[in-house]
Design a protein around this ligand. Structure first.
Ligand SMILES: [Zn+2]
Length: 322
């Protein structure tokens, strides 16, 4: 359950809004359709369940990458009340039948029908109704509250820094608009090790010698790469250019830019202006990809929309990719 008292921020768990300003953006797909994980199951006599459960807790659970707090390990076998079906471990832990057999041999428990055909939701359901629906459809679950409450509670924010960054990108974008830039979109990249030294990037697609791909985020990633090249000190980010960076941008990014942020392994993106036609983060924008929270991709980042009207972003055409 959520330890609400530990987070000093004001969190509206129902509306997913922090400090009345930051709206958490997640894929709607994740809420209604579970991401499924294959599990290994066996069938045993009901009276011999205790030794195998003890064995699973001791030998398998500590190493299993799948969390089972929202999943019931045991269910009755359909049509045979004397038999139980038990989840041994996830397919993520052991992907070979022979390996599972050899581990189970250590338990000295009689079992039959070792199977890898069952699937369970990787995360608990957001509502009780969905929990019951998923229990019927996949495997019996338990209700532990909305898992997103814990996610909201675990966030940390430096609100004064966020305000400062949003103020500066908003001012810069206005300057660009005043200078006649037809796409006054501005992004700031903030390295967590150098919070007071952000890299600002401006959309350059209408400039001479620039291409239609020079969106502010793409320009910013290039600037981060150039800075890395110039720097003698090792960045410590390994293969990823913007590992754990915070990105502030005036307009909701397009599919190219939101994917580039996945590849760069940023931590968080905060934007001011949603782009209903071309945006790729909100589930109500574009084709509802929610690129940062898409279950088909192996990496994710946090996204928030600023709800206050303190920071203006100059208007751009609704069809413009940002
Ligand atoms: Zn873009």
């Amino acid at each position: 359950m959520v330890k609400k008292a530990l987070n000093p921020l004001k969190i509206d768990y129902e509306k997913c809004i922090i400090e009345d300003r930051l709206l958490q953006i997640r894929s709607k797909q994740n809420w209604n359709e579970p991401d499924l994980a294959r599990v290994w199951t066996i069938e045993i006599e009901a009276r011999s369940s205790k030794p195998i459960i003890d064995f699973i807790r001791r030998r398998l659970q500590p190493d299993d990458p799948l969390t089972f707090t929202h999943i019931k390990r045991i269910r009755k076998k359909a049509g045979d009340p004397k038999k139980l079906v038990i989840i041994i471990c996830s397919y993520d832990l052991f992907n070979s039948r022979s390996l599972v057999y050899s581990v189970l041999a250590e338990s000295n428990v009689l079992f039959e029908n070792l199977s890898d055909e069952n699937e369970v939701p990787r995360q608990g359901a957001p509502t009780k109704e969905l929990m019951l629906e998923w229990s019927r459809k996949y495997w019996p679950l338990t209700w532990c509250g909305n898992p997103n409450d814990q996610i909201l509670n675990d966030y940390t924010f430096d609100m004064s820094h966020i305000n400062k960054m949003l103020g500066s990108i908003s001012d810069l974008a206005q300057l660009e608009a005043d200078k006649g830039n037809k796409v006054p979109i501005v992004t700031a990249f903030v390295n967590p090790q150098e919070k007071d030294n952000p890299i600002y990037a401006i959309d350059r697609r209408t400039e001479n010698k620039c291409t239609s791909l020079d969106h502010s985020i793409m320009t910013g990633i290039k600037l981060v790469a150039e800075k890395e090249k110039m720097s003698d000190a090792p960045s410590g980010t390994g293969a990823y250019l913007c590992l754990n960076y915070d990105v502030y941008t005036t307009h909701e990014p397009c599919s190219m830019c939101s994917m580039a942020l996945i590849h760069s392994r940023i931590k968080r993106c905060i934007f001011l202006q949603p782009m209903q036609v071309t945006g790729c983060l909100k589930s109500s924008s574009g084709d509802a990809y929610s690129m940062h929270d898409n279950h088909l991709l192996n990496s994710k980042y946090e996204v928030f929309q600023w709800l206050g009207d303190e920071y203006k972003s100059p208007g751009v055409d609704a069809e413009t990719c940002c």
